[in-house]
Every structure is written in C-alpha cells, then in structure tokens.
Design a protein around this ligand. Structure first.
Ligand SMILES: Cc1cc2nc3c(=O)[nH]c(=O)nc-3n(C[C@H](O)[C@H](O)[C@H](O)COP(=O)(O)OP(=O)(O)OC[C@H]3O[C@@H](n4cnc5c(N)ncnc54)[C@H](O)[C@@H]3O)c2cc1C
Ligand code: SF4
Length: 350
C-alpha cells in the first residue's frame, strides 16, 4: 500500500498534479492555505484567460470541481504545513490543524505573489484613485461591473496600460521578465475596446514580449482589429490635474518628451516570489534560486526535482509561468512523485 502524495498549493499547477495522480489511482492530500481552491485566477478574480478566451471561473473552476469530486483527493483548505521530515517514500508532515500525515513524496505548487504597485510610487498607484492594476481591471470585467474609473464610476475615454510594473526593474530589485503580462495586457486592451467602443487604449512598453504564437493573436490583432496604440517609452511619472491623469515620459523611438492625459492608468503588475518562500524553504529543507523563487534542478533527470530528493515543484513557484505551462508542470511533477510513491510501495511489499 503506497502512502499518499502531499501537494501543497491548490492553484492550476497543484490542481493538475492532483488530477493526474488521482486518474492513475494514486491517493493524494492537497493542502491549500486559503479557504478555496483555484489559485490566482480564482482568488484574484481574473476575467477571460489567455489564450483560451474562457472565463477563469469556468476554466479553472472546472479544474477545481474535477478535483473536489475525486475520492482519491483529500482536500485541506485553510491549512499550511508547519513541519516536514523523513525521506523519499516515508515523509511525515505536521499540518496547522494539528494533524500529522504520512506521505511518500511531495509536490510544492505554492505559486507567486502579485507585485504590490505601491513599491513604484512615482507611477501614481496608491496616490491617485484612477491608477489601478491589471488584476483590478480583470475584477471589474469578471464581476460584470465593467471598466469604470474608481473615483466617480465614469466610463473612461482614454486608458493607458503601463507594462513591466515590478518586472525588469533593477532599481527595485526585480530583474526578471514576468513573461505573461504583455499578452495579458494586449488581451485586456481588446476587452476594454470591446466594452467601450469610443475609449482609446494606449500601451506603454519597453519591448513587447508576446512570445511564440501570441504575437499574431494578441500583439498584431490588438492593433489591426481593435486599434490599440503602442508607445515605446520610458515613463518618468504619473501625476493628476483635475480629473485627468498625466503620463509623462520620453518616446524612445523619436527621442522626444511626451505628456498625454488619461482617465485611467493601469499597471501591468508582475509576478513576485511567493512571500511565504523563506518559510517554505526552511520547513521543506529546499533551496531557493537567487531571485527568491523555489529552485529547481535541470529538466534532464526527474522533472520538477528540487534540492531535496522526493520533493518536487511545479508552476509559478519556480518563477513567472503561464497557466498552461503551470498545468503542464503539475502533470509532469505528478509523474515524478508517482514514481517515488510506487517505488516505496514496491519496497514495502517485498
Ligand atoms: C494580472 C494577471 C493576469 C494573468 N492572466 C493570465 C492568463 O490569462 N493566462 C495565463 O496563462 N496566465 C495568466 N497569468 C499568470 C497566472 O496567474 C499563473 O500562471 C498561474 O496562477 C500559476 O499557477 P500556480 O498554480 O503555479 O500558482 P498560483 O495560481 O499562485 O496558485 C498557488 C496556490 O498555492 C497557495 N499557497 C501559497 N502558499 C502556500 C502555502 N505556504 N501553503 C499552502 N498553500 C499555499 C495559494 O493560496 C494558491 O492557491 C496572469 C497573471 C497576472 C499577474
Ligand atoms: S511580459 Fe512584457 S510586461 Fe511582462 S515583464 Fe516581460 S516585457 Fe514586461
């Protein structure tokens, strides 16, 4: 009889891992610190997802129901792991609800933390009401409220989306590219244009990284079909005059200062390491990589291996990842964890 696999974190990566394991008959225990499953797309109320165009509540909600309805998955929400010890095939974890569980292997799918835009004060978030983040615009759309200026509820006529907020910024210690925010922003720009036909949407960028096939369906489509305007610029500051926000900077293509008024400014926030990572690293005895994400070994051996044998990793816990890649990594880590669980089961039976 094999011991269950412990999965920590119930976002897209953890849900994929749980589904994979259960579908091949392996019992698992899914521990999630919040009171519901679904990870960032559900907890932060994302709207339509890239690249499927499906509503997050349907797409990821479907993954949640599939796991909740599987008897081989024991779910513990509102719970964290406080202690973890043992060896591959025979781990022991003490949970915050006081229970101790046995596990053959573990998968950490603890995800990321959204960048907090107050750490970029010169761009107006936290000072001016109509400076918001991409997650707030996602929530406005997914709640059915529509895109409105928080100050007075009016429909914005001009919206600026500022890319790379909290990413690719050495001054605030965040060198990494968050990978998905160019595409998410192009998608949001099209959603705004779809809802508010007379609203002009501008995207301020350093470089556009709508990677792979997203170049056609997001970068070019947003310009050609939805008339979204792109400005390559270095932004100096966002200020306010009467009910307008003023974005000041330099157009780096023509090398001239530009000052444009807007009704709403949106920060395309990046993906920070999970704020729990130091604790997770200590409890599970695993290394972090230099930026503070959870370190993973190269992919040529066991997929998703960490510095500790028998403990695997998947999704945005390893660094910025898209949902599709987080799901793929969840399935792959499940294979690695299953091999450990089965190996231990065989030894016990012999
Ligand atoms: C504004 C925005 C929009 C985005 N839109 C898209 C999109 O349209 N398409 C796309 O592909 N990607 C999108 N992304 C990226 C997407 O959010 C991630 O790819 C995805 O959430 C990663 O899934 P995950 O399961 O690895 O992590 P998460 O979604 O972060 O889930 C991690 C889970 O672990 C839990 N957890 C954390 N710490 C602990 C702990 N110590 N103990 C127990 N549980 C814990 C969390 O509560 C959470 O439920 C977007 C990102 C942003 C910032
Ligand atoms: S994906 Fe685009 S917006 Fe996000 S950090 Fe990379 S370049 Fe900046």
């Amino acid at each position: 009889m094999t011991k269950p696999v412990l999965i920590v974190g119930g976002g897209p990566a953890g849900l994929a891992a749980a589904h994979s394991l259960a579908s091949i008959g392996q019992k698992c225990i899914l521990v999630e610190k919040e009171d519901r499953l679904g990870g960032a797309p559900i907890l932060s109320g994302y709207a339509k997802l890239v690249p499927s165009g499906e509503w997050a509540k349907d797409a990821i909600g479907g993954m949640v129901s599939r796991v909740e309805n599987n008897k081989l998955v024991e779910i513990k929400t509102g719970t964290i792991v406080n202690e973890f010890s043992g060896n591959p095939g025979s781990f022991s974890a003490k949970l915050s609800d006081g229970k101790t569980i046995k596990a053959s292997s573990a998968i950490l799918s603890t995800g990321f933390t959204h960048f907090d835009s107050v750490n970029k004060p010169e761009w107006g978030f936290g000072t001016f009401e109509n400076v918001v983040t991409t997650t707030q615009v996602e929530q406005m759309i997914s709640s059915g409220q529509g895109v409105r200026c928080p100050s007075d509820g009016r429909k914005p006529k001009r919206v600026a989306i500022l890319l790379c907020v909290g990413s690719r910024d050495r001054q605030i210690g965040r060198e990494w590219c968050s990978k998905i925010c160019c595409t998410v922003s192009a998608n949001l720009a099209m959603e705004i244009r779809e809802e508010l036909e007379d609203c002009h949407v501008y995207i301020y960028y350093m470089d556009i990284r709508t990677f792979g096939l997203y170049e056609t369906s997001y970068y070019w489509r947003s310009q050609e079909e939805f008339k979204v305007k792109y400005i390559k610029a270095r932004i100096a500051e966002v200020t306010q005059k009467d009910d307008k926000l003023i974005v000041k900077g330099e157009d780096t293509l023509v090398k001239r200062p530009i000052t444009i008024p807007f009704d709403m400014v949106v920060h395309a926030i990046g993906m920070d390491p999970n704020v729990d990572n130091m604790l997770i690293s200590t409890i599970f005895g695993i290394d972090l990589e230099p930026h503070g994400f959870i370190g993973k070994q190269n992919s040529y051996g066991d997929i998703g291996a960490t510095s500790r044998p028998g403990v695997f990793i998947a999704g945005a816990a390893t660094g910025p990842e898209s949902i599709d890649d987080s799901i793929a990594q969840g399935h792959a880590a499940a294979m690695s964890a299953y091999a450990v669980a089965q190996g231990a089961g065989k030894v016990a039976a012999e």
